[in-house]
Design a binder for this molecule. Structure first.
Ligand SMILES: [Mg+2]
Length: 361
């Protein structure tokens, strides 16, 4: 048997300028990896630069070619070994992650099983939170987005970005948080994400000044490289402190777990479904729940498989792109997304003709 691993990239403009505390962007690139064997094709993807494409072609495809794709741990280990000298975190890790997701999907499709069935389900509907509220939005756009999630779709938890301009706009952060609370009412949960923009005590002061807003989730209040800082903030504020979206290997999550209330894992960065499951176990051993970061449709099957999952991030930018590029996407009405249990694999199919207009590699 021969397994063919191929990659290509699609760049989709945002529907409005998007930004957070430490980065701004006007387009997003999805790198799609296909794993094909004996007439079946598995799909996996990541969000990252087009540089992921040659990593798949040059480093991963050759070591996968002659393996049985049912032996997912053997395939994963061969790919990880091959990346040693390229450096696992970063572009190589994105490639590994998308390839592992494609191999899992290929196995499910070859056996005619929904991927969620192959992995086994802890739940058949996955809780989500609406995520957007970019620092680049004006008040009206933020209001319409949050009202859409909470009042139109019934999603009972939403997140906005704070820490604007590297943490130098605290009064605006506080007024945007207050506006978000006014929009969503008292019943929905308000989450905020500073993307590492604040300093340690600044982060604590911001949350004290926001005490009447009942914020429940405080993501990357300080840089996720500052583990003692995350721990300090966690111990001095009421909302749960969360981090982990830049985790590229298991040791990262093991190091971070003692400093957060909820560990975030991104299946498109951490090393794919294989490593997501192990990272979730690391969290469980520390008594933590995990939350899936971005790429909602890539997360659904593995999120359904993890007993200690809290929710998936229903990220505006990625929900939009995945809805444009794939058939088989789902909604999140009522705050839960159903897991595909009636089609092979992840249940998605690339809308190839439409996607071609966005192809960049
Ligand atoms: Mg974040």
């Amino acid at each position: 048997m021969t397994v063919r691993l191929t990659a290509r990239a699609y760049r989709v403009p945002t529907d409005a300028p998007e930004g957070d505390g430490t980065l701004a962007w006007d387009s997003t690139t999805l790198v799609l990896v296909e794993a094909a064997a004996e007439g079946a094709t598995g799909l996996g993807w990541t969000y990252g630069p087009t540089a992921v494409v040659p990593v798949v072609a040059e480093l991963l495809a050759p070591v996968v070619a002659d393996r049985d794709p049912d032996d997912v741990p053997a395939v994963w280990s061969a790919m990880r070994r091959r990346l040693r000298n390229a450096g696992r975190p970063g572009v190589a890790g994105l490639a590994l992650s998308a390839a592992d997701c494609a191999i899992w999907d290929l196995k499910a499709r070859r056996h005619g099983l929904p991927l969620a069935r192959l992995l086994g389900t802890a739940r058949r509907q996955v809780p989500v939170y609406g995520s957007g509220g970019f620092t680049t939005y004006d008040a009206d756009r933020q209001h319409r987005q949050l009202a859409g999630w909470v009042h139109d779709q019934g999603i009972p938890r939403v997140k906005i970005k704070i820490g604007g301009s590297g943490g130098s706009e605290v009064p605006r952060d506080l007024s945007r948080m207050a506006a978000a609370r006014r929009t969503i009412g008292d019943a929905a949960e308000l989450y905020v994400d500073a993307n590492g923009a604040y300093q340690r005590k600044q982060a604590i002061r911001v949350m004290r000044r926001a005490a009447d807003l009942d914020v429940r989730w405080y993501e990357e209040p300080v840089s996720s490289d500052d583990l003692p800082g995350l721990g300090l903030v966690r111990d001095h504020v009421l909302p749960d402190v969360a981090a982990g979206e830049y985790g590229y290997d298991l040791a990262y999550f093991h190091r971070m777990a003692p400093y957060v209330d909820c560990l975030q894992i991104d299946v498109t960065r951490c090393g794919g479904i294989s490593e997501f499951l192990r990272a979730a176990s690391v969290a469980a051993a520390a008594g933590l729940e995990v939350s899936a970061h971005c790429a909602p449709h890539q997360h659904l099957p593995v999120a359904a498989a993890v007993p200690n999952l809290r929710h998936i991030e229903w990220f505006h930018d990625h929900v939009r792109i995945e809805s444009m590029l794939f058939d088989g996407v789902v909604g999140a009405g009522g705050g839960v997304a159903p897991v595909c249990l009636d089609a092979p694999g992840n249940g998605l199919a690339l809308r190839a003709a439409r996607a071609e207009a966005y192809r960049v590699a």
